[in-house]
Design a protein around this ligand. Sequence first.
Ligand SMILES: [Zn+2]
Ligand SMILES: [Zn+2]
Length: 244
Amino acid sequence: MLVKADLHIHTVLSPCGSFEMSPLNIIKRAKELELDVIAITDHNSIFNSFPSKRLGEREGIKVFLGMEAQTLEEVHILTLFDNEKSIKNFYSEVYNYLPELENDPEYFGDQLIVDEEENILKEEKKLLANSLDLSIEELTELVKEYGGYVIPSHIERDRFGLLTNLYKIPDSLKDCVFEVSYNASLNELFKIYPFLKNFPLISNSDSHYLNDMGRAYTQYEVSEISLDKIYSAAKEGRYKVFKR
Ligand SMILES: [Zn+2]
Ligand SMILES: [Zn+2]
């Protein structure tokens, strides 16, 4: 079967995520857009992916639990899990690598953990818009150890993109799936980085506002909807990117 997936969506927990990005609104919008699968990927945090998953179950939308990690090299990497216990164990370790700097909501934005009914449960005090004290290699190893998958995000982008920071694909990421931005031109990219033709390149919306949702998604050909199957489909070229 063919499934439409957007694996990069921020919520009100990301300091740069709009206040309208509650799990409730995101699931409603995903339903309107007829997405089968989404992933919630807040900056260096995981907690709003849980209410999103529960809301998704009610609406028939599969929600992967995720995070967009920022490594020591200032590179953004999506870390995706299908299992609540695994991502919680993973994150309890990762949180120790987030610097002890307090968020200034006036300057960076709010970091709100909410429930299915949009009640605010907690405010994350540590600044999430920061680099973890983990290298790309260390983070990747940790994700694999806990049974997750990595997708370096918006790899061509000037800020926090893998290629513009390192100019190459490091060995620890050689067997990965990569995300290019919703507005990137593959032809232009291949002129600068010809080696990219050998890698699976998907796109997601990287939504920070409800209106961003649907600007890009990827359709995968899978036998069943699971993270494992979707990741394999991407690696084996059974995917097609759609852009608005
Ligand atoms: Zn990013
Ligand atoms: Zn993002």
